[in-house]
Structure formats: structure tokens, C-alpha cells
Design a protein around this ligand. Structure first.
Ligand SMILES: Nc1ncnc2c1ncn2[C@@H]1O[C@H](COP(=O)(O)OP(=O)(O)OP(=O)(O)O)[C@@H](O)[C@H]1O
Ligand SMILES: [Mg+2]
Length: 341
């Protein structure tokens, strides 16, 4: 979680998604939520995912966990630690999910069982799946709650989820997500429901608890400041595709895709207090009727003919090889003079 130290390209990523396509079959037609998305996460890397509501962020990683709704149809490949997750049976998924790959949701109550003491919830996975004795499992649970800064951790094993505040529940969630030393933690808007000071504490906790570099983190957030501060790399999504990806800090300082530029101007940022917020004109695309060219073309201030007819592939965006954009437009490589400032 140190954005200033760029990592060399990892030859064996923890998670490798290739040409992922997810559509949902509905009575009105097919909702094309993810459209040919490819990305990978290196070992120990923290990858940020940003994009407007409905851009396919959650569904992409629910697919990796094997947790898509029943009306989903998936194509492409999601390899986790070398194993294909698409089409994997329940046994294979259960061997990975909640152990090697875990997820933290916005609402901790989606992962915590309301009527079960949290001690039981924490020790169950260790006893049944890791083969620890009851005593060893309890000791490990207390250790994790202490690392998550839950006061009086041993006594709190007897508490039920509703006996914790929202922020404390999210700490319990993080302890639960990291209990089995996973290779990958997917945090989907983990702090959106919390107030700002608690948000910062929780994210600092997640960063600290994954700092050893054994655990890769995918952080999905609407808060670009959070992503810039915590992530090594960022992927910008729109209409279920990657619009731009690259080193987080550099990309936010000098975005190369018109969509990223629009997104940055449309959300508040701590480093730009007082700046005017400019929403992106137009509406997100209709996922049941995507245009043949660039999905952002109808809203893009730089649009030209080719954008309407030819779908742009990811290509190098700046001097850094890992920095790419899906855009026909050349230029933007020098820092923008006015707009992004
Ligand atoms: N079961 C389903 N049936 C039909 N459409 C669905 C289903 N689940 C998700 N979708 C659609 O898939 C699209 C992508 O959803 P997703 O949850 O990935 O968005 P997101 O980027 O996570 O948005 P947010 O920032 O609001 O969480 C949305 O248009 C959503 O309505
Ligand atoms: Mg989501």
C-alpha cells in the first residue's frame, strides 16, 4: 500500500481477468453490465476501481467470487491464483471463497450473521476449514480483533453484531476478511455508510493490516481521493469496460482519457477545496442498447467521427508502459493547462 513505490510487472498475478462479459437476462432484454473487461492484480498490490454508478464494478468482482445473480450469463476468464473461477463448481468455489479470496461490503450485516455471537462467526471458519482447535481459533480471533483495534477484544467475542457501532462492525468485518490470511481482499465501497472520520480510520486500518504485502487489495470506491491515497494502481471503468488504467497518483494528476477527466471534475477532492464541481453532461449509457463505437462518445467533449463507428482498444496512454487508455484521441500527455487544474 505504498503508492510511491512502483512495482515491477508481476509475471504471476493473483487475479487475472480476461475479456470478461456479463449480461443479465431480463424480461425487457439483455443488460450488458460488463463488456470485454481485462485487468490483473499483482501479489501485494492495491488496485483501485472507480467509475460512475452502474459501470459494472461490483458485478465484475462478484463474478470472481462466484456470487452473481441467477439471471447472469458470464463469458471470458477469471483466474485466481492460476485457477479458473468461471464455471467452477461449488466445491472449488467454497475452497477459495471466504478463505483465499474474501470480500468486504458496504454493509457489514451482509456478511455477519445477526443472531450469532461474533466469536463464533470468527472461529467457525478457522475450526471447520483450517482445522484449528477451539482454543487456537479463539486465540487467533482475539488477535485479529485486537489488530482491528476492537477494545476489550476477548470479552467482545460474546457480543452480537448489533451490539457494535457501525464503525466497530466494519472493523469486525475487516478482522473476519483477513482472518484466514487471504491472497486477495475485495473491498466494495467499504466505508460509504460511515461518517468521514470513521471512514479514514477504517481505510487506514485496512492499509495497515495488509501492509505486509502478502495480501492484495481491490478497493472499489466513489471517493477518488481515497483511491489516490491508498492504491498503487487504478482502473477507471465505464459501461463495463476499462477506459483508463495506470499508476494511481500520476493518473489522477494527469488523466489521459476524457472520461477520467470528467470524473475528476465531477467529484469533490480534498486537494482542490473550493474548486467548482462540473458534472459530466448527459446520462450513463443504456446497457441494453450500447453504441457500436466508444460507449462514452455520446457524452464526450472531444468526440469525432471515428468514435461513433470504431470501438477503441486499450493502448499506451503515456510514457509509462502500464498506463493505458481506450480512446481514439491523441494528446493529453502533458498536464492539462486549465481544465483539470
Ligand atoms: N440481477 C441483475 N439483473 C439485471 N441487471 C442487473 C443485475 N445485477 C446488476 N445489474 C445491472 O448491472 C449494472 C452494473 O451493476 P454494478 O452493481 O456492477 O454497478 P456498480 O458499478 O457497482 O455501481 P455502484 O457504484 O452503484 O455500486 C447495473 O446497470 C445494474 O443495474
Ligand atoms: Mg457497486
Amino acid at each position: 500500500m505504498t503508492p510511491s513505490t512502483p512495482r515491477p510487472a508481476d509475471p504471476a498475478p493473483v487475479l487475472a481477468i480476461e475479456d470478461l462479459r456479463i449480461r443479465f437476462v431480463t424480461r425487457d432484454g439483455a443488460v450488458r453490465a460488463v463488456n470485454g473487461l481485462s485487468l490483473s492484480v499483482g501479489r501485494g498490490e492495491t488496485l483501485g476501481i472507480v467509475g460512475e454508478s452502474g459501470s459494472g464494478k461490483s458485478q465484475t468482482f462478484l463474478a470472481a467470487m462466484g456470487l452473481l445473480a441467477r439471471n447472469a450469463r458470464v463469458e471470458g476468464s477469471i483466474r485466481f491464483e492460476g485457477r479458473e473461477m468461471i464455471g467452477a463448481g461449488p466445491r472449488a468455489l467454497n475452497a477459495v471463497r471466504g478463505k483465499r479470496m474474501t470480500m468486504i461490503f458496504q454493509d457489514p450485516m451482509t456478511s455477519l450473521t445477526p443472531h450469532m455471537r461474533i466469536g463464533r462467526q470468527l472461529t467457525e471458519v478457522l475450526e471447520h476449514h483450517e482445522g484449528l482447535s477451539r482454543e487456537a481459533a479463539r486465540a487467533r480471533a482475539v488477535e485479529m480483533l485486537e489488530l482491528a483495534r476492537i477494545p476489550d477484544a476477548r470479552a467482545r467475542l460474546a457480543s452480537y453484531p448489533h451490539e457494535f457501532s457501525g464503525g466497530m462492525r466494519q472493523r469486525v468485518m475487516i478482522a473476519l476478511a483477513l482472518l484466514t490470511n487471504p491472497a486477495l481482499v475485495i473491498a466494495d465501497e467499504p466505508t460509504t455508510a460511515l461518517d468521514v472520520t470513521v471512514q479514514a480510520q477504517i481505510l487506514a486500518l485496512l492499509a495497515r493490516m495488509t501492509a505486509s504485502g502478502e495480501t492484495s487489495v481491490i478497493l472499489i470506491s466513489h471517493d477518488l481521493g481515497v483511491i489516490a491515497g491508498l492504491c498503487d494502481r487504478v482502473v477507471v471503468m465505464y459501461a463495463g469496460e476499462v477506459m483508463e488504467e495506470g499508476p494511481a497518483e500520476a493518473l489522477f494528476a494527469n488523466p489521459q482519457h476524457p472520461y477520467t477527466r470528467g470524473l475528476l471534475r465531477s467529484v469533490p477532492r480534498l486537494d482542490r477545496a473550493g474548486g467548482d464541481l462540473v458534472p459530466i453532461a448527459g446520462q450513463p449509457p443504456d446497457l441494453e442498447a450500447l453504441p457500436p463505437g466508444c460507449p462514452f462518445a455520446p457524452r464526450c467533449p472531444h468526440v469525432f467521427d471515428r468514435c461513433h463507428t470504431e470501438h477503441p482498444a486499450l493502448r499506451p496512454a503515456a510514457a509509462v508502459p502500464s498506463w493505458r487508455k481506450a480512446c481514439h484521441l491523441d494528446g493529453f500527455e502533458t498536464p492539462p493547462q486549465r481544465e483539470g487544474a
